[in-house]
Design a protein around this ligand. Structure first.
Ligand code: FAD
Ligand code: SF4
Length: 510
């Protein structure tokens, strides 16, 4: 049967069962499209990364004998719209069966479902064979529960997939070593230079420019350093195991002006485009740990596995359970605008300047920069979650809605009212100082709450607690903070709030 098989840009799984056999009746299609580059303004490196990885994938399929139709962004036949491209090809090749891999974005899922319902040929959707869990697994797991605790799902996944287990018990006797994952990095141990790939992307870059795609962020020259095929992704993973894994857990929450990546793996782009699978990553890291268990503490490997087998699978499950409603949540009723400095890094607040510049330069920031610097400030400044989402979705190379929105709207902005996080991730300067050195070279005084040189995070923090009291006061994890808030003298609270509102009204002056 003449079959058209669609592969989206984040479905680059070379080991998918679709590719087990070569069949001339199977035509694979891949499109670079304005529909995808323009629905939010994207970082230039994100567009380069996706197009480059897709072009590599096309080549790999063709060299294995598969029949592939690939539309580059400037190809004449390319309508720039998914459905129009598909309709034309179905007609031109007299297709009898249309098949697609289940998208990981609700928007595309709906578009393809609607398209198939309107088609008068046979259609079929297939799993991407990438994740550990199915789309519905989390929903079924929590079907009788009021709370969806990540830790419960993570333990279930560990047992189900026999990962870091000693029979029915967790290896090492504990499920979670989160408490030992909180060291401040003070220059030692030395962070090795990151592994870089010499990918010449001049052709892709030229195509992006001549298509006139508007992007954000920076990219110098023509050499692109992220892995764009499976071989490179495996090299990056091995590099991580050999040089970074031994410190991963310890410094997971650390922040430092001199180190953009610290001991983080930078595997998220290769994972989210499905260039390789979470099973490959977890299995390789565990094998490395088992062969080096005298040098690597269990807390390091457990911390790493928890991110992938725990958080990553959990976020996807929550996404499919809660969408499309999740994208509308704004339980704290925040309405403010995202400051302009999010697009430039031009602010005197050093922690924000460093984290935003990292993001603009690399299309990357590590988790604590995303959560406790940019995310923290946006929440304290009571920015509308739609604006926060748009920024995160555009700026990071790994941002695909299923994992971006759950982390941003849920974990970081508490806009879901506590489905993902049990309390808002907000802090004053004291946490930022505890975990890093940003405050040492800042124009503001981290210890002051009022006065012109007081750290903006401090006044914003107490103001936020005060403004959101009705919503948060019964959250038992916030009890201690509300107790402290109640002890601030009225006059001082007034000064704090005045300063907070001056910042909120004019954040770009700070
Ligand atoms: P490492 O720190 O080395 O972790 C290893 C892997 O674990 C990552 O590659 C990632 O696949 C997984 N992982 C770690 N934390 C999470 C998490 N919270 N949720 C899901 N997977 C996780 N991650 C994305 O992949 N895409 C996003 O768009 C995204 N947006 C985020 C927005 C906010 C506000 C926050 C707080 C976090 C976001 N994250 C996102 C999660 C996390 O920050 C990134 O996965 C991580 O920084 C990627 O860098 P890394 O590969 O070096 O990760
Ligand atoms: Fe950020 Fe405040 Fe520290 Fe400056 S003093 S780096 S603004 S937390």
């Amino acid at each position: 049967m003449k079959t058209l098989r669609l592969i989206l840009g984040d479905q680059l799984n070379r080991h998918h069962s679709w590719f087990n056999q070569v069949n001339d009746d199977h035509i694979y299609v891949m499109f670079e499209m304005r529909q995808e580059t323009d629905y939010v303004k994207q970082h230039i490196q994100k567009v380069i990364g996706f197009f480059s990885a897709m072009r590599h994938f096309e080549k790999a399929l063709k060299s294995n004998g598969h029949r592939v139709i690939y539309y580059r962004i400037n190809d004449k036949k390319n309508t720039q719209q998914l459905i129009d491209n598909l309709k034309k090809l179905i007609e031109e090749y007299q297709i009898e069966l249309f098949e697609y891999l289940l998208p990981d974005e609700y928007r595309l899922d709906k578009q393809l479902r609607d398209f198939c319902n309107a088609l008068d040929i046979k259609t079929n959707s297939c799993d991407t064979e990438h994740f550990y869990s199915s789309r519905d697994e989390l929903r079924l797991f929590f079907k009788d529960s009021k709370q969806f605790l990540m830790e419960r799902f993570y333990r279930y996944m560990r047992k189900k997939h026999n990962v870091l287990m000693d029979g029915p018990q967790p290896l090492g006797g504990r499920w979670n070593y989160d408490k030992s994952n909180r060291k401040k990095w003070k220059g030692q141990p030395a962070v090795p230079n990151p592994i870089l790939f010499e990918n010449d992307v001049s052709e892709v870059l030229e195509d992006i420019k001549s298509a006139g795609i508007e992007t954000i962020g920076h990219f110098e020259g023509t050499i692109f350093n992220y892995p764009i095929n499976e071989e490179q992704a495996i090299q990056q993973l091995r590099y991580f195991c050999e040089y970074l894994l031994q410190y991963f857990g310890d410094y997971q929450d650390a922040l430092h002006t001199n180190e953009e990546f610290l001991f983080h793996s930078r595997l998220s782009f290769a994972l989210n485009t499905k260039i390789f699978s979470p099973k490959t990553v977890v299995n390789e890291a565990i094998t490395y740990y088992e062969n080096h268990s005298l040098e690597i503490d269990i807390s390091q490997i457990e911390g790493f596995v928890r991110q992938i087998l725990g958080w990553r699978e959990y976020m996807r499950g929550v996404y499919w359970k809660e969408m499309p409603g999740y994208a509308q949540f704004n339980k704290l009723e925040n309405q403010n605008k995202l400051p302009n400095f999010y697009w430039t890094g031009d602010t005197k607040m050093n922690c924000l300047a460093v984290s935003i510049k990292n993001s603009l330069n690399n299309a990357y920031a590590h988790h604590i920069q995303r959560l406790m610097i940019t995310g923290n400030f946006a929440l304290l400044a009571q920015v509308h979650p739609d604006q926060v989402d748009q920024w995160y979705l555009g700026i990071y190379i790994d941002a695909i809605e299923w994992v971006e929105i759950t982390n941003t709207r849920g974990m970081s902005q508490f806009a879901d009212g506590g489905i993902i996080a049990t309390k808002p991730y907000v802090s004053s300067a004291s946490y930022i100082h505890k975990m890093g050195n940003y405050c040492e070279n800042c124009s503001y005084n981290r210890t002051k709450r009022t006065g012109e040189d007081a750290c903006p995070f401090n006044s914003l923090y107490w103001n936020f607690l005060n403004d959101k009291k009705e919503y948060l006061k019964n959250n038992h994890r916030m009890g201690m903070m509300y107790n402290l808030l109640s002890k601030i003298p009225t006059e001082e609270l007034k000064q704090l709030k005045d300063r907070a509102y001056r910042i909120i009204e004019n954040p770009d002056l700070f």
